[in-house]
Each structure stands twice: as structure tokens, then as C-alpha cells.
Ligand binder design. Sequence first.
Ligand code: NAP
Length: 313
Amino acid sequence: MAVIYNRVALIGLGLIAGSMAHAMRAAGLAGEIVGYARSAETRAIARDLFCDRVTETAAEAVVGADLVVLAVPVGVMGEIAAEIAPHLAPGATVTDVGSVKGAVVEAVGPHLPAGVHFIPGHPMAGTEYSGPRSGFATLFQNRWWLLTPPEDTDPAALARLRELVESLGARVDTMDVAHHDLVVAVVSHVPHAIAYTMVGVADHMRRVSQSEIIKYSAAGFRDFTRIAASDPVMWRDVFLSNREAVLDILGRFAEELFVLQRAIRMGDGEHLHAYFSRTRAIRRGIIEAGQDTSAPDFGRSVDQAAGASGNVR
Ligand code: NAP
């Protein structure tokens, strides 16, 4: 494949940036990959594993870059944008990979100078691992990458970013920011909240010993623990910055839970059977859409062989 951007600056060098860099290198999509992260240790690992060059500051990293990718926790994007803004090359594209879009657009947008294209994005792929060693080239294969371009986005800049993302193996959809935040609240953020809560419940259950929880965890709990092992900083920021949509969906969840609770209390087997049949059909739809494997055990053995869980985040 041909080079799409001559110089890509990755700000933040964890799972997502590392995976992008591995995939860009594998396919020869970037002339040079320059990286910056907060700690010297992360920068050193990234230089060894996937960056051509790392810099001591974010501002230095973006100099001369035609693509800048903000791949730090959502709560940090604004301050990074303020720092890099005066150093961005005219005509450069700035994108981000944050799991929330409204808060990022609000925090980043006002800092960016005219003549720089800001096209927010969100790769819906991830694992429960983080840090510069956790990335791998196939993370985005067949996963959705949502872009939320403002209405006046330059079509050529958008087409170029789309080409890069598709060359990383992802499928692109565009949507507006508010819709994005609602969709991810349903498919990702609230499921994470539920997993965190369920693991918390087990933690508080003194009648069930710690060793029993671990021993019998394959009964369903194990999959919650995997999700609940996700990075605490990232998820703190996700919930703080997508508060409205998350609270909306959590409210609906609580209502459904009450209905389910009542059906169980009343011994309403018909209701439970009909409800579980509908949810099973949704699972089938996900498999048919190629977003998970039909292998038993939630595809864990398959995913482990591939080195990734391919979670949607
Ligand atoms: P990660 O593996 O934890 O990496 C985060 C990177 O950001 C690290 O290199 C870290 O540097 C750097 N960083 C943190 N605070 C910083 C600061 N104040 N200044 C400069 N650098 C800083 O995170 P990730 O999973 O790649 O997530 C990055 C972004 O992608 C987040 O916005 C997240 O919402 C989004 N996202 C994540 C997933 C997922 O499943 N993980 C999926 C889709 C989107 P140090 O190592 O030096 O601390």
C-alpha cells in the first residue's frame, strides 16, 4: 500500500496508538511515525516497538506532521490540544480516538487554528489491556471506526483519513457527535458500568468466599471480570464525559431490571422466555454481522489465539 500521510504524530502511546502504529508500519501507510507520551518509560518502549522517533513534548511531536492523532485519555485531550495548537502545520488533519465525542469536540475544537482540519474519531475496538506494549497490528481488523466530521469538513481531508482508517482494516461510518455518544452509551459504556457493578457486588458478598468466586467464575462472572479489568483512568474519563447519555441508558436499564425482577418474583415464565428469546436473537445478529465469533465460551479461545479479545469500547 502507498504512503497516505508523510508524517503521523501520535500523542499518547498506549493500546490504540500502538496498534495504529503497528498496522501503519505493516502496510507502509506513514512516511514517519513520531510519538509523544507523558512518561519517559512509555516513550522508550514506543521507540523500540513502533515509533520512528519520540519527542520530549507534544508540541515537538506535531511539528511538520500532516496527521496528528490524539490517543490520550478523554480528560486530557483539551490540555494537549492547547499545547500543540501553535505548532500544527497549516493543512494538517487532527483526529482523536477518544471513546466519547461531545466532550472531546468541546475541549479540543476551540484551540485549533483555522486551516487545520479537525475530524474526531473513535475506533470501536479494544482489549482490557493498556500501555505501550499492549498494541498489535490486527486490532482494528473488521471493527467499526466511527468518524464525526463537522458539517463543513473538507471532503479531501475526510477522504484521506477514511483511506487510512480503512487501510488499518477498519470499517468506517460517519455520524453526528450526539448520536455517537448515545450509541456508545448503549453498546459500550453502560455494559461496562454493569460489569463494574456486578464485580463490585461479588466483592461485597461476604457469604460467597473469594476462592468460590474465582473457582466457579466460568459460570458467567468471568466475562464481567474481564470487562471490569479495563483501564480505570480511561473509564473514569468516559463516564465523566458522557454523563448525560450514560445516565439516560442506565435509567432505562434500571426500568428493564425492575420488570425482570418482577417477572421472577411472580414466577412469570412466559415473560422470561419471551424476553430471553428476543435477546438471543440480538446475539445472533451480532455474529451474522461479523462482530463476534459463534464459538462457545464467548469466543475466548479463538480470541486468545489471535492475541486479542476484540472488545468494542
Ligand atoms: P492507554 O493504553 O492507557 O494509553 C494512554 C496513553 O496516554 C499512554 O501513552 C499515556 O502515557 C498517555 N497519557 C496519559 N495521560 C497523559 C498526559 N496527561 N499527557 C500525555 N500523555 C498522557 O490508553 P488507550 O487504551 O490507548 O486509550 C487511548 C484513548 O483511546 C482514550 O481516549 C480512550 O478513550 C480511547 N479508546 C480506548 C479503547 C480501549 O479499549 N482501550 C477503545 C477505543 C478508544 P504514559 O504511559 O506515559 O502514562
